[in-house]
Design a protein around this ligand. Structure first.
Ligand SMILES: NC(=O)C1=CN([C@@H]2O[C@H](COP(=O)(O)OP(=O)(O)OC[C@H]3O[C@@H](n4cnc5c(N)ncnc54)[C@H](O)[C@@H]3O)[C@@H](O)[C@H]2O)C=CC1
Ligand SMILES: CC(=O)C(=O)O
Length: 319
């Protein structure tokens, strides 16, 4: 993917999708961004609105399109799907959004698309799994946004606690992008110093760290209660993952990654740090987990496996 001209197709032009397109405009990533949605006036309007931004940023061709545009795309980003209503969990969206994912993946594959899928619609771990199964693509070519947003939230929260910049916090939320996620504190560092050591030195208790973890877990609900949806955080996380793919960066990012024995897990997508480049998920980095984290990873994986198994069976009419 080292060619000079890169093309991204955005499928789903709602709050998350349009914010992603805006982030891509601001960051000058990809020369072409095609927008697909069932609401055509929205994609046409957004393409016109977004092209005005290019007078201040970098040339980019924004346009409304149908699925056949995917045939020569480097990256397809899927944000099509129902969002949570206040109080609704991500997992409760599964049946509705699996149907949408199926209706989206089939025409993308039919177009002859041979690039990388990046999936953000919720429940993202299950939908990423479904995209891989329904497309028949190699697992490395299907990437989930996974816990990228949650890890950003953790870095922001720890930055506030320890009075440093969030860009200098290296910390991951792992497992489900959702209620069973956990903070991998045992491997978190700030400037190379373990967060657990820093916490001890500064009199921050484990209970306080666990409260931060819980606040991060609940942050989407908090934002949805306040303004109806979350979109700027995830849009920027998606642009970051897109950059790693389009620029072949070998960036180490927390994403929704396919498990091939890492953490003793198989045949599911779950949040873990991984190396991301033009091939998609180049390598899952299996980070060491302490006892608490290992239990949380296992339990979260069981939840995701159950939801994916039932959801896929229903989708295929077997249930
Ligand atoms: N992974 C993450 O970290 C995050 C994921 N999300 C998820 O992203 C998804 C989108 O959220 P919003 O943009 O807020 O929702 P939205 O309702 O604003 O936008 C959804 C868009 O999908 C389109 N759509 C629906 N069915 C479609 C189909 N069959 N084909 C093409 N387009 C279709 C709709 O027309 C709409 O434009 C939700 O599932 C939400 O839960 C939201 C925030 C963070
Ligand atoms: C909505 C959602 O998944 C989030 O903001 O984390």
């Amino acid at each position: 993917m080292s060619k000079n001209h890169q093309k991204v197709v955005l499928v789903g032009d709602g709050a998350v999708g349009s914010s992603y397109a805006f982030a891509m405009a601001q960051q000058g990533l990809a020369e072409e961004l095609a927008i697909v949605d069932i609401i055509k006036d929205r994609t046409k309007g957004d393409a016109l609105d977004l092209e005005d931004a290019t007078a201040f940023t970098a040339p980019k061709n924004f346009y409304s399109a149908d699925y056949d545009t995917c045939k020569d795309a480097d990256l397809v980003v899927i944000t099509a799907g129902a969002p949570q209503k206040p109080g609704e969990t991500r997992l409760q969206l599964v049946d509705k959004n699996l149907k949408i994912i199926k209706s989206v993946v089939e025409p993308i594959v039919k177009s002859g698309f041979n690039g990388i899928f990046l999936v953000a619609a919720n429940p993202v771990d299950v939908l990423t799994y479904a995209v891989q199964k329904l497309s028949g693509f190699p697992k490395n070519k299907v990437v989930g946004s996974g816990t990228s947003l949650d890890s950003a939230r953790l870095r922001v929260a720890l930055a506030k606690k320890f009075n440093v910049s969030p860009v200098d916090v290296s910390a991951n939320i792992m497992a489900e992008h959702g209620d069973s996620e956990f903070a991998a504190y045992s491997s978190a560092t700030i400037g190379g110093k373990p967060v657990l050591d820093l916490a001890k030195e500064q009199g921050v208790s484990m209970d306080e760290l666990l409260k931060i973890e819980d606040d991060v877990r609940k942050k989407a609900y908090q934002i949805i209660n306040l303004k109806g949806a979350t979109f700027y955080g995830v849009a920027t996380a998606l642009a970051r993952i897109s950059r790693a793919i389009l620029r072949d960066e070998n960036a180490v990012l927390p994403i929704g990654a396919p498990m091939n024995g890492e953490y003793g897990l198989h045949d599911l997508y779950i949040g873990s740090p991984a190396v991301v480049n033009a091939s998609g998920v180049a390598k899952v980095l299996e980070v060491p987990l302490d006892d608490r984290e290992e239990k949380a990873m296992k339990s979260s994986a069981e939840t995701l496996e159950e939801v994916a198994k039932n959801g896929m069976a229903k989708l295929q009419g077997n249930k």
